[in-house]
Design a protein around this ligand. Structure first.
Ligand code: ZN
Length: 137
């Protein structure tokens, strides 16, 4: 009983501030030594998450720009290697649409493509997915 008491007391004393590492005294659910440290910690977490979102957005915008420039120049068909050469990254897309006929279109915002023959992609512009589905009575 005495040993257990020592262990719990030691454990309680070892708690430190999640931001600065200073020893925490008082309530056992305390995570920070001050409001300043709580703010620092939360700001750091938010900044890391925002960086991730910013990087994904940047790649999506880049993909969209490549498809948009191609269609503006009148290209409706391109080899996937040519897209990659322009900096296109196939890992990033916004949604997939499968038609009733079973054709799978991969979209980056309103620009989409699907493979027509070995390595060749057909491009299209389609903004209708922005419309909200109408609920049936
Ligand atoms: Zn602190």
């Amino acid at each position: 009983m005495y040993i257990l008491f020592i262990f719990m007391k030691t454990f309680a004393v070892e708690r430190v501030c999640l931001d600065c590492g200073a020893r925490l005294l008082g309530r056992s659910d305390k995570k920070f030594c001050s409001d300043q440290c709580r703010n620092n910690y939360n700001n750091r977490i938010n900044r890391d998450q925002n960086n991730y979102v910013r990087n994904v957005h940047a790649q999506l915008r880049r993909n969209r720009k490549i498809l948009s420039d191609l269609l503006d120049d009148g290209h409706h068909r391109i080899h996937r290697d040519a897209l990659i050469a322009q900096g296109y990254n196939f890992t990033f897309f916004t949604h997939l649409v499968e038609t009733r006929e079973g054709t799978r279109w991969s979209y980056c915002f309103e620009y989409g493509f699907h493979e027509t023959e070995e390595g060749y992609l057909e491009l299209r512009l389609c903004s209708s997915y922005l419309e909200m589905p109408v609920e049936e009575e």
